[in-house]
Design a protein around this ligand. Structure first.
Ligand SMILES: Cc1cc2nc3c(=O)[nH]c(=O)nc-3n(C[C@H](O)[C@H](O)[C@H](O)COP(=O)(O)O)c2cc1C
Length: 335
């Protein structure tokens, strides 16, 4: 039997298929079902900065920049009292989960400013979470805000949170950075033990009849795997934090690719929401069968074997890939 175990954020996990943050973890029953299906760890759905701070309506200057004033943007937020459960319930759920399941529970905070709300990270730790994932979802719309300033803000946030807790911290990032490896390195230096690649930026749609901007959540498709796969392969071995791959993991093949690129774990949400939590069981089983068939002894042996550092043609992950891809299309002679 191949050895499926992996380590992530210093946690020993029985295999690399982790349940990503999703509504499934909003209830104790969902967390229990994830454990029963064999998830090696669960990332809780996120608690939002706005949920913690909305009493005072005081976010720091960073959120106030740009064309929208904070109060204007707040009117668009879902009714915060009814959005997810509140901060106290969130902590209560982590406590209950710790008493009910044996797999690691990773708390999740979604925020962008290093405001007073980061104390909440400590409360998540006290509630018993094994680790904390910080989801940084900020869209820069202000032409006066430079990428350097934005990145400094992230670094400050990570430094503040990581220095206020003892449990390991991971950072879930968007793919839209100009020089991702540099930022990834700095995040590691600021205290991130792991990077979760990537957040899916859900793009709004336009309703041309009602003239409304409508939120539009579509579950991921397997083709979305390519983006995090490429970046995991590029970052593997170059930066200190562990790499977790999320977005587009729907099958055992996807998990295996992520491992070969250099991820420590994969995080799955859409597949479980679409086909049920029990898919997790079959994905893990299929990973094991594939490894058996291809005579891999362990996940560890596989990790990074197809990273940019290991492959015969490192340029395949860079600009040359673009040219080759175009060439291969032309070669099909379908025009
Ligand atoms: C309905 C839904 C709710 C989600 N809620 C959260 C959340 O609260 N916090 C978070 O960090 N990610 C959240 N995600 C993102 C997932 O954790 C995951 O990173 C993303 O969907 C990509 O993985 P996938 O392709 O397996 O869906 C959510 C995704 C979906 C589909």
């Amino acid at each position: 039997m191949p050895e499926l175990s992996t380590t992530y954020l210093g946690l020993k996990l029985k295999h690399p298929v982790v349940a990503s943050a999703s509504p499934i973890s909003k209830k104790l029953d969902g967390i229990k079902r994830l454990e029963d299906a064999g998830a090696s760890a669960v990332v809780m759905y996120s608690l939002f900065e706005e949920q913690i701070t909305h009493d005072s309506l005081a976010l720091d200057h960073f959120l106030n920049r740009g064309t929208d004033s904070f109060s204007e943007s707040l009117t668009y937020f879902p009714d915060l009292d009814n959005y997810n459960v509140g901060p106290e319930e969130y902590l209560g759920l982590i406590e209950k989960a710790r008493k009910t399941v044996d797999i690691p529970i990773i708390g999740s905070l979604n925020g962008v400013s290093a405001g007073g709300w980061v104390d909440f990270a400590r409360k998540i730790e006290e509630a018993g979470a094994h680790a904390l994932e910080l989801n940084t979802y900020y869209l820069a719309t202000d032409p006066e805000l430079s990428s350097a300033e934005l990145e400094d803000n992230y670094i400050e946030l990570v430094r503040t949170v990581s220095s206020s807790i003892k449990i390991p911290l991971s950072v879930k990032l968007s793919p839209y950075f100009t020089a991702l490896p540099h930022l990834a390195k700095r995040l590691g230096e600021a205290g991130a033990r792991g990077l979760v690649l990537f957040n899916r930026f859900l793009q709004p749609d336009l309703d041309i009849e009602t003239l409304e901007v409508v939120p539009n959540l579509q579950l991921s498709t397997p083709s979305e795997l390519r983006l995090p796969l490429r970046w995991v392969a590029i970052l593997y071995g170059r930066i200190a934090p562990d790499l977790a791959l999320t977005s587009g993991v729907h099958s055992a093949q996807d998990v295996l690719k992520a491992m070969m690129a250099g991820a420590k774990v994969t995080m799955v949400a859409s597949e479980l929401l679409h086909n049920g939590v029990s898919r997790l069981t079959s994905i893990v089983k299929d990973v094991e069968s594939w490894m058996d068939e291809f005579e891999y002894l362990s996940i560890e042996q596989m990790q990074g074997s197809m990273s940019q550092r290991s492959v015969a043609e490192p340029a395949a992950f860079e600009r040359a890939n673009y040219m080759k891809a175009l060439q291969s299309f032309d070669a099909k002679n379908i025009l």
